[in-house]
Structure formats: structure tokens, C-alpha cells
Write a protein that binds this ligand. Sequence first.
Ligand code: ATP
Ligand code: ATP
Ligand code: MG
Ligand code: MG
Lengths: 261, 261
Amino acid sequence: MGRVLAIANQKGGVGKTTTALNLGAALAERGRRVLLVDFDPQASLTLSLGYVPDDLSPTVYDVLAATIGEQSSPTLGDVVLETPAGVALAPSNIELSQGELDLFRATLGELVLREMLERVRREYDVVIVDCQPSLGLLTVNALAAADAVLIPLQADYLAMKGVDLLLRTVGQVQRKLNRGLRIEGVLLTMADYRTIHARDVVTNARSALNGAVRVFDTVVRVNVKFKEAPMTGQSVLAYAGDTPAAAAYRALAEELDGERK
Amino acid sequence: MGRVLAIANQKGGVGKTTTALNLGAALAERGRRVLLVDFDPQASLTLSLGYVPDDLSPTVYDVLAATIGEQSSPTLGDVVLETPAGVALAPSNIELSQGELDLFRATLGELVLREMLERVRREYDVVIVDCQPSLGLLTVNALAAADAVLIPLQADYLAMKGVDLLLRTVGQVQRKLNRGLRIEGVLLTMADYRTIHARDVVTNARSALNGAVRVFDTVVRVNVKFKEAPMTGQSVLAYAGDTPAAAAYRALAEELDGERK
Ligand SMILES: Nc1ncnc2c1ncn2[C@@H]1O[C@H](COP(=O)(O)OP(=O)(O)OP(=O)(O)O)[C@@H](O)[C@H]1O
Ligand SMILES: Nc1ncnc2c1ncn2[C@@H]1O[C@H](COP(=O)(O)OP(=O)(O)OP(=O)(O)O)[C@@H](O)[C@H]1O
Ligand SMILES: [Mg+2]
Ligand SMILES: [Mg+2]
């Protein structure tokens, strides 16, 4: 119980937030108790669930500041929202960018999220942490707190180039901060199968990574439903439940969860 | 001469690098002397022009460190590469992430890029600075050094939400660091006109922003040529010069440049 999964990739716009939300919703649909942690000051995850980040208080930042300052409140449990998507959400807003600076000056600043999650994680089967497009201290905290990291990989050339650096960073975290961290797998995202380019990248990614890193069988294909769902504050499972978009994340949840019964 | 244009948007994967490269190439095609500055440690711009970032030395980071340390060398001119795309490139690699930390501790750390550009900018008509997906010190340096900022805006709901924060940051930089900074305009990117969603977002963006901020007439539409060109180290003008992909950035260059003859 309380398995922590970080969704990380320093490249921008590769589907981290979309994966955090829809994988979380698919796991909840399977009866898991799911907590999503928005660990990005840009708060796309919080927005996607229909909230106005700047109107929320307290948020993940307040818990982070309290933890660094050794204050007992607020805890992560105190900021959690029960969302209509069937998942719990620990929301963020732009104040979390101050959080990265606070972590910088804190003692053992890489281990603060781990401490923040310690108590609340027991109340959930899965805790999914959505990261920002950077390998800075917020992301390192997520990797240091996680049991596993899932890497969304956009099916194009430039995005592939960044994977190496991410894997090296994961290796550093494993050696110095979190021996138990494993790579859950690489999820190919935003694949436009009308183009040979995407199909080539998917094929190349599997051969380049397989052996070293698991690549999920599920490939999430480009689908406008992913762009529309955030406007309604719903996961794609609720917004367009009988489309291939929803089916993709249900299949991913099956790959992740199916082995763990 | 020596006009500095920052390409900025803290949201990931919205087309900053693609715009920096292809707008630069289109301006060069019109006879302008163009310098591209890769100010992102992930070095997508450097990669897109066919280089292996980790093999390059010295890079933008070395100039930044020298400038902070008040050393006369290397200068930005010393690291510039003449690329086959007809543009000059000041390349980066992952060492530039150390640069953000160095700027943090430096005196007047927001004004270092401005100083780095001072001499070399006179040798060019246009200097285009490609930023990372963040509003941290590297991006602030770019905004503080720029005459104008061009904002690529992906034609979807989540990306639209980030514009407000970016405009507020630009306002802060204008008041505190760079009175002359203006907004060149917003460029709608990655629009998939087969979907009503993209067309709606384009329409909404124009009405939401127009008046406050110029929105270019040019809209860059989704086209797989943009994903393929980086694999060949060419701009899309060279790789697929007679396609709508190339035409879009030529039209943008016309909008930008045409007024300035
Ligand atoms: N399979 C898909 N098809 C179409 N659009 C998608 C798909 N997956 C995600 N998107 C859209 O692409 C944009 C980027 O996705 P998302 O925000 O999930 O990426 P991210 O990696 O979290 O970005 P960032 O690095 O900025 O945090 C969003 O507008 C999202 O709705
Ligand atoms: N009009 C387009 N059509 C199709 N693909 C595009 C288009 N513009 C850019 N791309 C591709 O989308 C991906 C993201 O674009 P790009 O790297 O330019 O965004 P970015 O804002 O610089 O990302 P980051 O925030 O990570 O720096 C790249 O693989 C690029 O080749
Ligand atoms: Mg995100
Ligand atoms: Mg970029």
C-alpha cells in the first residue's frame, strides 16, 4: 500500500500531467485509492481537474514550507481535495516556485517530499506525483520519494534525446538518495500514427530502450479528447469514456496494476 | 541593428525552439545576419542544428561563468558556430543548468546575459534567445536582455492558462529590469485545424489577447516536417522548403521584418 509513482521527464509537453491524471483515474476505476500530488508550480494537473490554482489555500507549497520549518501544520492530508474524478488531489499553484528556492536552502532539501508523504501515503494504494519539465530540486524530491518513476516519452526525435539525461539522473538518485527507486517503465505518448515518423520513433524507442528499461505495450496516440477534457475539469475517462483515448490509459492501468493483484 | 528577441513561454513543448530556429532561418533567408543563442540546458536548439551538445566546448555556460567571474574569456563571440542553416549559433549543453545556480549567487544576477550580449550583438541584425520551460533566472536574464519577447502559444486550453503568468512576469521585468522590453507578439503554434478545438482556441486567443497584446496573423499548423527536420540538423526551410511548414515561418518573418525595412 502507499506505492509512490513519480511521473517525470524534463522535456516539456510530453504528457506528464495527462498521464498523471488519466492513469490515476483509471486506477481509481479499478478500485484503487489514488492520491495525485501536483508538484509543478504551473499547476496544470490542478487546472485539469477544474480548480483555479491561485484561489486555493493551503496548497502543497504550504505543506512543504511547514515541513522545512518543522511545523506540524498544514500536513499533506490537510490540503487534499476529493475530486469528482474519483481521485484525491494535493493541489499546487505558482507559490510552489518559491518552494524550489526554499528546498535549496533547506537541510537535506532533497528529502522533503518523502517526509511530506510519510503519513498520508498509508491512506492510499497509489500516490502519483506530477513533475515539472526540469531536473531541479522539485523533481529530485519526487524521485527521492518514489518507489518507481514512470517516464512519458513523446514519440519524436528531440524528445528521445532527453531520455538519456533523465536515466542518468535516476541513476544518481538511486545511488545517493533512494536505493529502492526503480523505473516502472517508459510510456510512448502523443504518437501520431498517420505519420511514418511517429511509427519509426516508437519502433526505435523500443529497440533502443528495451533490455535497459521496460517500454509499455500501451502507446498513447494523439487524440483531441486529451486537449478538450481539461476544459471540463474531467479525466478523459469521464469526458470521453468510450474512445481510444480513454482505452489507452485503461490499458496502461491494466499493465501496471494487473500484475500486482 | 543587434535587436534581441527572446522566445519565451514557461509551458513545455509549445514550439519555442522550433520558432527560434525557423524564424531565425527565415530572417537569414531575407538577408539578415542572425545569431541564435541556446539558453536552455536541454539544448534542443543546439541538437536541432545537428550538434552533439555534450561534445561542444566552450559553450554559453563558459561565457556566463566568465562574465560572472569578471574574466575576459571566453566571450560569446568565441563560442559562436557558423551553421549550415545560414544562422550563427551560440550553443548550450547540460552544464548551463549549473549556470542558473551561478546566476542565483551572482551580483545583479538578472543582468548577466545582457552583459554577455553587449559586444557581439553589434555584429548581427537579430539575436534570438531560446528559453527553457521555466520562469527562473535564465529566462529572466533573457527578458532583461531583450528588446522584445515573442511568445509561442500552443493552440490548446492548458497552454492558454499559462499566458497570464508570463505576461505578469514580463510586466515585472519591464518595471524592475528592462524598461525598453516590449512584447513582439503571440504566435499561435501547433494548431491542428482538423479539430474544432484548435480553431476555437485560436479564435479565443485572438479575442482574449487582442488589444492587450498583438497576435500574429500567421498561425503555425501541426506538420510532421517540424518533427523530422531536427533529425537532419536542418531548419524546416532547408528540409522541406516548399511545404506549408516552411511557408508559415517565412510569413512570420515577413510580419516581423517587413515593417522594419
Ligand atoms: N495523446 C495526446 N493527444 C493530444 N494531445 C495531448 C495528448 N497528451 C497530452 N496532450 C496535450 O498536450 C499538451 C501537453 O501535455 P501535458 O500537459 O500532459 O504535458 P506535460 O509533459 O505535463 O507538459 P509540461 O512539461 O509543461 O508539464 C496538453 O495540452 C495536453 O492536453
Ligand atoms: N507545428 C508543429 N507541428 C508538429 N510538431 C511540432 C510543431 N512545432 C514543434 N513541433 C515539435 O514538437 C516538439 C516540441 O516543440 P519545441 O521543442 O519547439 O517546443 P519547446 O517549447 O521549445 O519545448 P521545451 O519547453 O521543452 O523547450 C518538438 O519535437 C518539435 O519538433
Ligand atoms: Mg505537466
Ligand atoms: Mg525548447
